[in-house]
Design a protein around this ligand. Structure first.
Ligand code: ADP
Ligand code: MG
Length: 958
């Protein structure tokens, strides 16, 4: 441990130029610079360690202000640079500037670069461990900018009672780039976390901390240096009503850290024993920088505009006050074993001295107690002993904690040592409790932050789920629409298929029809060909016949010629024989004639027979007609009889009715009779007196009754007669009816018989007509035959005549023999030509049929082709349908899978997210030896990237 040296805080004043809006507004440039250390505003001078005018470049400012601090830190001292000033006075410009612009970069990037450059130029036996932290203080909460989850860190004191931010991220770095990366990361995190960066940066303090530990590999000398680079919040006061969007409490908090900074600085400036570092976290962090073990430089940033004059003045005053603060700066050196040994020995010496002092004092006390008077020169020399102890102490660093300044500061309170100790203990306890509470707060706020984060995550998840849901809904709708469309399509396809099927049916029907037609045609063709064959055969027959006839004719001719030749010979040889030969020919002719006549007679008989048959047929038809007529008459009779029967039965009924009436009459008359007889009896009894007179009456009455009775009886008898007559008539009629019925029955039977006979006769007639037809045919044939025969005969006759003529001519010319037989064959020729014509026609028909057949055959492949194409179309449509169906099902399946997948994905995502917050950051890999000198030729020092925070601090503050 090195001796502490008292140094004052260096205060630099920097004026920025008028900015564009100020120039535009026409603000005045108010600062007047007098020399390097004085600036006067409105005639009032303010003195600082150095004043920088508006045209100072970043490099100039850096060289003048910060360059030395790099050396200090690397030599084992603590350093702090902080920028103070109102918002937009140039604090950030000074501290950071444009981080990656070589000209405009501020203090921090330059320091970083220089630290490494310096290290590269140092003794190569030195090993460096550099770590950086970056945090901000906003509303008295410390937020780690390298780990956004740490939002409310607490400040603790290390064993040397130096406050430090507990739990903040310390990143080990081994190159300027890594440091810059950390700064960029921190700045990014800061921007992401807030909504209005300008407002936020003007109300928060940002602190960049660099810890450098070096060890000499040979001497094992260890030095540590700590550098705070602080960009303070805007020094202007936030109004009591609060700035935009802040509530009163917030405004208070924003003011708190700055006002407590002011208080601390005031207390330090006044030399007060109690400094209220604990009033805010900011002042606690900077405790060592303000009045502690630290070489501190404060940059006072000012606006030159008359518009900000008041603020500028207060800032300048603040700076002047801070200028008086004194720090006890000492080297943060860790003792080596050797040094510890020396120290131990010294302590031993001191102990010895103290022990001898104690014995001295004991002896003196005893002597005094024993009533001895100790002479002055033998008395204990306080001053000498003190000097001795101090001499020993000077060799040692006093690392005992200084008595609490708070206790010392209490004015007018006088405490005994015991009380003091007790109070101190109490105070420490309370501070510890305070720290613990801070810790707890930190933990709680971290938890809150975590929960917040989780909530955000959940919200995000929810939003994403919603989005997914929406997307899925959309997808679903789309799929439904697609499905609907495909359904429609399928329907259309089905319709088309149906149409096609109908078409197909029609076509097949057509084809069938065609085939049938074809069959019919082929059948017809067959028939035709068979008929042709038959005709052919007939033709053949006819040919044969003609041949036969020709043969016969030639035979006949030859025989005739032979005969003629014989005749000729005979004539030639003997003229007398001529008569004989002519007689022979005549004979033959007569035979032929006989034959012909025979045939004629036969034909005639046949004709006669047919005529007979015709007449019999006419007769039978006549008979049938007669029978029918008879039958009609019978039927008429029957109907007449039936009518008669009907009228008779009606008559009968009438008569019966009449009879009943008459009987009723008789009954009534009988009754009357009885009545009358009774009356008579009564009257007889009554009128016995009047018998005499009454007798006459009685007689008259009896007569009347008698006459009445007679008439009645007559009537009855007549009626009975009538009845009998009627009954007789009925029976007669019944008989007649029966007879008629019988007759009718008979007639029906007869009719039936006649019918059958008629049928038989018609059948016979039919047979006869057939026969007649046949006979007609035969007759025709016969006629044809007759004609041919007659023609033959004619030709023969002609021949004969010719022959006779010839013969006569021959006879005349005696030896002329010539004959021509061309005529005979003309009819045959005609016949042949007729047959040939027939044949030709038939062949034509045949050809036509064949052509038709061929056409149909030609049409068959077309039809088949069409059929095939239709079938193919049907098949294609079916496959398309199938495909469409498959596609639809596949789509449905895919959609289902997608749904499942998303469902599955969402579940673990939920869980995963919840877990992810708990995953620890991976620990960096082991030690990395970094030896990359950027400046060749300079000595190398080792920068060690370490995993573990060293925790080694410099010696105490004295
Ligand atoms: P603060 O951090 O104090 O609020 P800034 O550093 O953001 O202010 O500065 C405000 C503006 O003024 C910035 O645009 C900055 O570039 C500019 N500025 C500040 N100081 C200077 C200077 N010395 N030279 C040029 N421009 C400056
Ligand atoms: Mg700023």
């Amino acid at each position: 441990m090195a001796d502490a040296a008292v140094t004052t805080i260096k205060v630099m004043c920097r004026f920025r130029p008028l900015n564009r809006s100020e120039v535009a507004r026409g603000d005045k440039y108010i600062p007047k610079f007098q020399g390097d250390e004085c600036v006067s505003i409105a005639g009032k001078p303010y003195y600082f360690d150095q004043v920088f005018q508006s045209n100072t470049t970043q490099e100039q400012f850096y060289n003048a202000v910060a360059l030395k601090i790099v050396k200090d830190v690397l030599e084992g001292y603590n350093g702090t640079i902080f920028a103070y000033g109102q918002t937009s006075s140039g604090k950030t410009h000074t501290m950071e500037g444009k981080l990656h612009d070589p000209d405009m970069m501020g203090i921090i990037p330059r320091i970083v670069q220089d630290i490494f450059n310096y290290i590269y130029s140092m003794d190569e036996n030195l090993e460096f461990h550099i770590k950086v932290s970056y945090f901000e203080v906003y509303l008295d909460k410390i937020r780690d900018l390298l780990d956004v989850s740490k939002t409310n860190l607490s400040v603790h004191e290390d064993k040397n009672r130096v406050p430090y931010v507990k739990g903040c991220t310390e990143r080990f770095v081994c190159s300027p780039d890594e440091v810059m990366d950390a700064i960029d990361e921190g700045k990014n995190n800061r921007i992401v976390a807030v909504t209005n960066m300008n407002e936020h940066s003007s109300r928060s303090h940002s602190i960049f901390q660099i810890n450098i530990k070096q060890e000499h590999t040979q001497t094992e000398q260890k030095l540590t240096g700590k550098l705070y680079l602080v960009d303070l919040a805007g020094s202007e006061k936030v109004g009591k009503t609060g700035a935009e969007g802040t509530v009163l409490d917030e405004a208070k908090m924003i003011n708190k850290s700055l006002s407590s900074l002011g208080n601390v600085i005031s207390a330090l400036a006044e030399g007060s024993t109690y400094v209220p570092y604990r009033d805010s976290k900011m002042t606690r962090i900077l405790q060592d920088s303000l009045g502690g073990n630290c070489r501190t430089t404060m940059v006072i940033c000012c606006s030159p505009s008359n518009f900000n004059e008041a603020e500028t003045k207060s800032t300048l005053l603040f700076g002047q006050r801070a200028k008086t603060i004194k720090n006890n700066v000492c080297l943060n050196v860790e003792l080596t074993a050797e040094q510890w040994k020396k120290k131990w020995e010294k302590e031993k010496d001191k102990n010895k001295t103290l022990k001898s002092t104690a014995t001295w004092l004991e002896n003196e006390l005893n002597r005094w107690r024993n009533g001895e008077n100790v002479p002055v020169e033998e008395q204990f020399d306080k001053e000498k002993a003190k000097e001795e102890v101090q001499a020993l102490d000077s060799g040692l660093n006093n690392d005992k904690a200084a008595p609490s300044p708070a206790l010392a500061a209490l004015p007018g309170v006088k405490l005994t040592d015991a009380e003091k100790q007790k109070c101190e203990a109490e105070l420490t306890k309370l501070y510890k409790e305070l720290d613990d509470k801070d810790d707890e707060i930190n933990q709680q706020s971290q938890l809150a932050e975590k929960l917040n984060q989780q909530m955000l995550d959940q919200e995000e998840l929810l939003a994403s789920s919603r989005r997914d849901h929406d997307n899925l809904q959309k997808e679903l709708n789309r799929l439904l629409a697609e499905n609907e469309a495909s359904k429609d399509e399928v329907k259309e396809v089905l319709q088309a298929l149906e149409e096609l099927a109908v078409n197909y049916d029609q076509k097949s029907q057509e084809v069938e029809d065609k085939a049938k037609e074809f069959e019919a045609l082929s059948e017809e063709l067959n028939q035709k060909s068979s008929s042709l064959a038959s005709i052919d055969s007939e033709l053949q027959k006819l040919k044969e016949m003609t041949n036969h006839q020709k043969k016969r004719v030639t035979e006949m001719m030859s025989t005739l010629l032979k005969d003629l030749a014989e005749i000729g010979i005979a004539v030639g040889s003997n003229d007398i024989k001529q008569q004989e030969s002519t007689g022979l020919i005549d004979e033959e002719f007569t035979v032929a004639r006989l034959y012909i006549s025979k045939m004629k007679s036969e034909v005639k008989s046949m004709v006669k027979r047919s005529k007979q048959l015709e007449s019999t047929q006419a007769e039978s038809t006549h008979k049938v007609e007669e029978n029918e007529k008879e039958l009609a008459a019978c039927q008429l009779l029957v109907s007449q009889h039936e009518a008669k029967i009907k009228s008779l039965t009606e008559n009968l009924q009438n008569l019966e009715q009449k009879k009943r009436q008459l009987e009723e009459n008789v009954d009534s008359l009988n009754e009357e009779l009885v009545k009358i007889s009774t009356q008579e009896k009564v009257n007889a009894t009554e009128m016995e007196n009047e018998i005499q007179s009454a007798n006459e009456v009685k007689e008259a009455v009896e007569k009347r009754i008698q006459s009445h009775r007679e008439g009645h009886q007559k009537q009855i008898s007549s009626l009975r007669d009538e009845l009998d007559n009627k009954e007789k008539l009925i029976t007669e009629l019944e008989d007649q009816n029966q007879k008629i019925m019988l007759e009718q029955e008979r007639l029906r039977v007869e009719h039936e018989k006649l019918k059958t006979t008629d049928q038989e006769k018609s059948r016979k007639l039919h047979e006869l007509t057939v026969l007649q037809e046949r006979s007609d045919q035969a007759r025709q044939d016969l006629k044809g035959l007759e004609e041919t025969v007659s023609r033959e005969l004619q030709t023969l006759h002609n021949l004969r005549r010719l022959f006779v003529q010839d013969l006569r001519a021959k006879v005349k010319k005696s030896g002329e023999t010539d004959a021509d037989d061309t005529e005979g064959s003309t009819t045959q020729k005609q016949k042949i030509s007729f047959l040939e014509n027939n044949l030709e026609q038939l062949t034509k028909v045949h050809k036509q049929l064949v052509r038709d057949n061929a056409d149909l055959r030609c049409e068959i492949p077309k039809v088949e082709k069409r059929l095939r194409s239709t079938a193919e179309r049907v098949k294609a449509l079916e496959t398309a349908l199938k495909e469409a169906k498959e596609n639809a099902s596949r789509d449905r399946k895919r959609y289902q899978q997608e749904m499942d997948r998303i469902k599955d994905a969402v579940k673990p995502k939920n869980m995963g997210r919840r877990n992810s917050a708990q995953i620890a950051k991976p620990i960096r890999p082991g030690q990395l030896l970094m030896a990359a000198p950027t400046h060749p030729g300079i000595n190398r020092a080792n920068i060690i990237q370490n995993n573990q925070p060293t925790g080694i601090k410099g010696g105490g503050n004295n």
